[in-house]
Design a binder for this molecule. Sequence first.
Ligand code: COA
Length: 255
Amino acid sequence: MNNILIATENQIATITINRPNKLNALNKETIEELGTAFADLEEDEGVRVVIITGSGEKAFVAGADISEFADFDETEGKKLAGKGQAELFDVIENCSKPVIAAINGFALGGGLELAMAAHFRVASDNARLGLPETSLGVIPGYGGTQRLPQLVGKGRAMEMIMTAGMINAGTAHSYGLVNHVVTLEELIPTCEELAHKIIKNSPMAIAAAIDAVNAGYMDGTDGYQVEIDNFGSCFGTEEFIEGTTAFLEKRKAEF
Ligand code: COA
């Protein structure tokens, strides 16, 4: 991997996008490497939570790499968005293990879209977030027009997309776009603390919950029905037996 670093400790895999000189902009190779990393982590039984962040103190990811698509035609543009969504952004959203975005600076364009594909977000107080694509004569192509309204509401999303402006961490927090704002030093420790809380719970149930929550945002899928099915499928599993038995025996469940 030339553009990302992966470190696994205490069942937490931390992926760091590592192109600091380009503010971690997502070029084609980085997107491919991230896609491969998420596919591998999905299968890795030693990993229970994934944290994704950017290297350096300035940027999470400052967007898709503009130098790679500036001369694209319509067909190439469509392919860029379609391939990126299918091979990375949708993969992250549907990852059966919790994915936390640790936003350590600029999260712009494809960078904010990457953070929004994660299951939730924590930001450092220097973070600046936005979808500046309309200033480049294009629109967000990695799910931004869909996930931003889901997270902040249609009006705020429209304003952010139309103005192409950036919001600071405090505004992102008040919008519900990030769950917590902490100092840069506290960013990864805070994400790790959240990961440790998650790891105490049943990975099978967490995967079933991710699937049910996501189902509610899928056209033509009845999220309530998926919840009923996934609820039912928990019964009789080893983790359900351990969880309920531990409660009745007044001890902590071990998952
Ligand atoms: N694509 C390609 N290169 C990028 C990039 C991107 N999205 N964002 C930053 N870079 C590169 C710059 O070209 C520069 O490279 P260089 O040193 O080889 O010239 C380097 O990263 C540092 O960026 P720079 O613009 O000098 O930093 P800054 O502090 O002055 O400005 C930003 C920071 C984030 C405001 C500015 O880089 C920016 O506007 N980036 C593009 C954001 C964007 O529109 N993203 C959406 C893309 S769809």
